[in-house]
Design a binder for this molecule. Structure first.
Ligand SMILES: Cc1cc2nc3c(=O)[nH]c(=O)nc-3n(C[C@H](O)[C@H](O)[C@H](O)COP(=O)(O)OP(=O)(O)OC[C@H]3O[C@@H](n4cnc5c(N)ncnc54)[C@H](O)[C@@H]3O)c2cc1C
Length: 387
């Protein structure tokens, strides 16, 4: 067993830190205040080839695994870019995994190089207002008409749909009452045709730089050539991407938590009250020390889940646990960083309140903590399915 980063991993971390360096805390504070997609940040990562880290070499990627992708996303968040920086590229890193696994060579050739080069920007449209976490109940319909499908329906919370030119879309091709098991949904990767897709931004708590949206689809024409895998097997296609996505979100959460902890510890050393640094008080030290431990432990679970995935072994329990533990550890680290700052923790210029608002995201998405606990209870402990 070896817990050290390899020389290659150290190089990845250092290189990502170099790319992120010009995008400092004030840059992300400004983005969080004014909004607007962090185009220059996205392009900086694309220009240095990082968007293809986990894409096949044959299509312009680096062909590395989820372990390396998780290291990259952790590093981005830990530099202080937090979820604003991570979410700006998250979808590019592993979102098109269903294409890698189930796409034809022609589809890979058509879709992967422009995504890696940063020319295309993709969003991922699964969640719907009426079905929530019950993905198998999705209502958006795709009806086949010759060599096209015609898609109509509604999606919600779709990140970066304001700026994306491509969408990975899960829609129903078999009416719910005729569908059996997990069949009946199909996966498409297609153009965002704004004449048939209306995107309305949701005003939300944090991560203003990366928009979240209601999406109204009315008669979108999708060529059959844009379907990934077999008709009706879309759920099985996205299942392949779920564990890696949870691992990446977990890595991002640990990074965000570490950024908060760093600021908390620095302030504890600097700030003097009652004639001495507040960090001399155990009441300040202990919560920060506890957060360090929680983040370390969560990161070990991220490493284990990523390692299992890269070995081709089952990792659903570990990927879900990593997401849960990392989100909780991140949340507590942000909270402790704010408490350490006292009143200044509530001021934007100290950055930790922004981190706390962003810490909600890995807690809530892409799957809720409750459903992770339900999953572990059922699949690991053998308790009855409760959802
Ligand atoms: C910032 C942000 C970005 C997002 N980006 C995207 C995106 O790009 N693409 C996309 O498709 N989606 C995206 N989402 C959506 C996200 O994945 C969903 O919000 C999440 O999956 C939860 O679904 P829901 O909000 O409909 O919750 P619901 O399904 O309505 O659940 C509400 C609550 O009830 C609980 N609950 C429901 N059933 C049970 C049960 N049986 N047992 C216990 N508890 C239960 C849930 O755990 C949850 O706490 C994003 C969300 C956020 C907040």
């Amino acid at each position: 067993m070896d817990f050290a980063l390899s020389a290659e991993h150290e190089q990845i971390r250092a290189a990502i830190e170099r790319v992120c360096a010009p995008f400092d805390a004030d840059y992300w504070l400004r983005k969080d205040t004014e909004g607007g997609f962090p185009e220059d940040f996205h392009q900086a990562l694309a220009a240095s080839g990082w968007l293809g880290i986990a894409m096949p070499e044959a299509f312009g990627g680096a062909g590395l695994g989820i372990s390396e992708a998780a290291l990259m996303m952790h590093t981005i968040a830990a530099t202080g870019a937090g979820m604003s920086g991570a979410s700006a590229v998250h979808m590019n890193i592993f979102g098109l995994h269903p294409v890698v696994v189930f796409g034809t060579d022609a589809q890979k050739q058509r879709w992967l190089p422009p995504l890696i080069a940063g020319r295309d920007r993709a969003c991922f449209a699964v969640t719907e207002p009426n079905t929530g976490l019950n993905t198998l109940g999705l209502q958006t319909r795709a009806v086949r008409e010759g060599d096209h499908y015609v898609v109509s329906g509604r999606k919600v919370w779709i990140s970066s749909a304001q700026v994306a030119n491509k969408v990975l879309l899960l829609a129903r091709t078999t009416p719910l009452e005729q569908a059996s098991g997990s069949d009946g949904l199909s996966l498409f990767y297609t153009d965002v045709d704004r004449s048939t897709i209306e995107v309305r931004e949701i005003q939300k708590m944090g991560r203003k730089a990366v928009d979240s949206n209601q999406v109204f689809i009315d008669g979108l024409r999708v060529p059959v050539a844009d379907r990934i895998g077999e008709e009706g097997k879309g759920f099985a296609c996205i299942l392949h991407g779920l564990n890696p996505e949870r691992i990446l979100v977990a890595a991002e959460a640990v990074g965000l938590g570490r950024a908060a902890l760093r600021r908390g510890a620095a302030y504890a050393n600097e700030r003097e009250v009652f004639g001495r640094a507040i960090g001399r008080n155990q009441a300040i030290q202990h919560p920060l020390a506890k957060s360090w431990m929680e983040l370390e432990a969560a990161h070990l679970m991220v490493h284990k889940a990523a390692w299992l995935y890269d070995q081709g072994q089952p990792c659903a329990a570990e990927a879900n646990s990593a997401k849960y533990l990392a989100a909780e550890a991140c949340w507590h680290a942000c909270e402790n960083a704010i408490l350490t700052h006292g009143g200044m923790g509530y001021a934007r210029e100290y950055h930790v309140e922004r981190y706390q608002r962003e810490a909600w995201i890995p807690r809530l998405a892409p799957v809720s903590p409750q459903l992770i606990l339900c999953f572990i209870a059922e699949k690991v402990l053998g308790l009855p399915k409760s959802y």
